[in-house]
Structure formats: C-alpha cells, structure tokens
Write a protein that binds this ligand. Structure first.
Ligand SMILES: Nc1ncnc2c1ncn2[C@@H]1O[C@H](COP(=O)(O)OP(=O)(O)OP(=O)(O)O)[C@@H](O)[C@H]1O
Length: 272
C-alpha cells in the first residue's frame, strides 16, 4: 500500500493553504478581485458572502476548475494554480459540490468509487481477482467502512443511496470526498436543503472529522449558525472583494459585514 491508502497522511498536520491576491474575470465581470486568505493547518476556515459574492468561483480556483487571471494558490510549498483538478486532488485537496449527484449504488459502492484514485492494482489484476488485488480491495473496503462510520453512515454501509434520507445522501458526498484521504477538504454548502436535525448531525460530523483526522476544512455555507459554530476563521466576500476577515465573533460584529451581508439588524444567527 502506498501512503495514500493508509491513515498516515492524517496523522501529521496538513500543509498551509495560502490564497494570494487571486483575481478571476468572466468577460466583463470581476468575480474575484484580489482575494487573499490563509487556511491554517488543521483549522476550519469559512468563506461567506451574499449570493454572487464569488464563493463558488473561489472553490473552483482552489480545486483547479477555474484558472485565475492573476494570483496564486499554494499548498505548503506547492503551487496549485495551474494544475489540473485531478493533480490537485492527488495532492490532497478534495471537494464536495452543492448539489447531490449520487443516486446510484450502495453507500459502499460510492465510497469505493472514491477510493478508486488510490487503487494501485491495475484493471486486469482486479478483473482477474489476483491475490494482491483482492487484498488491496479488502483494505480499501475496510477503510471505506471506517469513513462511513466517521460520517454517521456506518449503519447504512450496504444500503442503496436512493433509500437514504436527504441528509444522509448529502453526507455520502462528504464521505466520498474523504475517501481520497485529503489533507484539505473543501465543503460547498454541506447543509444546504437539510432540516434542523440533519444540519445539527452534519455539524457534529464535520467537528468530529476535524478532531479525528486533523484535516483542514474550507467551508462555504449560508447557514450562519453552522459557520459560527464550526469556523476558526472567517473570510467575507462581497462582489468578489474580501471585506472582512477574522474570528467568527469579530466578523459577525463588523459593521461592513452587517451592512453588506447580514443586514444591519442581523445578529449573525441564521440570518443568511
Ligand atoms: N462561468 C461563469 N461565467 C460568467 N460569470 C460567472 C461564471 N461563474 C460565476 N459567474 C459570476 O461570477 C459572480 C460570482 O459567482 P459565484 O457563483 O462564485 O458566487 P457565490 O458567492 O458562490 O454565489 P452563491 O452563494 O449564489 O452560490 C456572479 O456574478 C456570477 O454570476
């Protein structure tokens, strides 16, 4: 097994993720305008802002789906800015997407798909069920089961995804991203569309992941309660520009944030 198929990656602190002066333009529109922030190793860093502020564009830059006009993203000493998405994922940056795409197969099937990039045995060896390939498959399955446990899906490992609740299905996406053994996890609106109980459960899971795996999390989320509970630091974007940065309690009191994002009478609880 290589290091990606064990827990070794998660026993050392993840590298710092640094976004420096990133600008993205779409035709005449500047979607990100000189955005900089640093995700400290093992921290939860939230990226918030009103609709159209540039949060998804920023995630797309971090995961290699969008190339900035200028600026850099580095993970430790490695510049990610010009790398293809699969190279960035291989370096340990995994992401989830806002919309659930998973409807097929069992939880186990989906998580094993997530392990695919880490599989060393070739297609032929796997198809012929050679002993090395079978052992590797068993080890991946065992790790996938652990990850299901960490994400609150342990009891549903063999359940078809189509039979799960919305909250559980959304957590399958999270679990599948974790199957890449990331050092940095990009969560794009992990509780969007969930009811209160599902949100609370997912918040618990994310807090647990951070404690158990020590990974860094970048969180885009409109649910301010979740952001305030989970984030160590918050960067606020408005029209592509960073307008505030700091601890959740500082940011929620920042007059410019209240004006631009939460509304002047907002308290910061579920105001988005
Ligand atoms: N591929 C694209 N082509 C043109 N404009 C785009 C493209 N992607 C995003 N934009 C524009 O860039 C701006 C930032 O969009 P983005 O989706 O990053 O915002 P957001 O903060 O994620 O919004 P939301 O909270 O609604 O998801 C918006 O004005 C959007 O219309």
């Amino acid at each position: 097994m290589n290091d990606r198929t064990t827990n070794d990656r998660t026993t050392t602190a993840p590298p710092e993720l640094a976004v420096r002066d990133v600008t993205v333009r779409f035709a005449g529109l500047t979607a990100l305008d000189g955005v900089s922030f640093t995700v400290a190793p093992g921290s939860v860093h939230a990226l918030i802002g009103p609709n159209g502020a540039g949060k998804s564009t920023c995630f797309n830059v971090l995961s290699g789906l969008c190339r900035p006009a200028s600026g850099t993203v580095t993970l430790g000493g490695t510049e990610l800015t010009r790398l293809a998405p699969h190279r960035i994922a291989a370096l340990g940056v995994a992401r989830t997407f806002q919309n659930i795409v998973t409807t097929q197969g069992t939880v186990a099937d989906n998580l094993m798909l997530g392990r695919h990039a880490l599989t060393r045995a070739g297609f032929t060896a796997s198809a012929l069920r050679l002993p090395g390939a079978r052992r590797e498959q068993r080890e991946h399955l065992a790790r996938a089961r652990e990850i299901a446990g960490l994400t609150g899906l342990g009891a549903h490992f063999d359940t078809p995804v189509g039979l799960l609740s919305y909250g559980d299905r959304k957590r399958v996406e999270l679990a599948r991203a974790l199957c890449l053994e990331p050092r940095v996890l990009l969560l794009d609106e992990p509780v969007a569309g969930m009811n209160a109980a599902e949100r609370a459960r997912t918040a618990e899971v994310v807090a647990g992941l951070r404690a158990e795996l020590g990974l860094s999390v970048v969180l885009v989320e409109h649910d301010m309660g979740l952001v305030m509970r989970l984030a160590d630091e918050v960067t606020v974007l408005d029209f592509g520009r960073p307008i505030a940065h700091g601890a959740p309690d500082e940011v929620r009191r920042d007059p410019e944030v209240l004006r631009a994002y939460l509304g002047t009478d907002a308290t910061g609880e579920d105001a988005a």
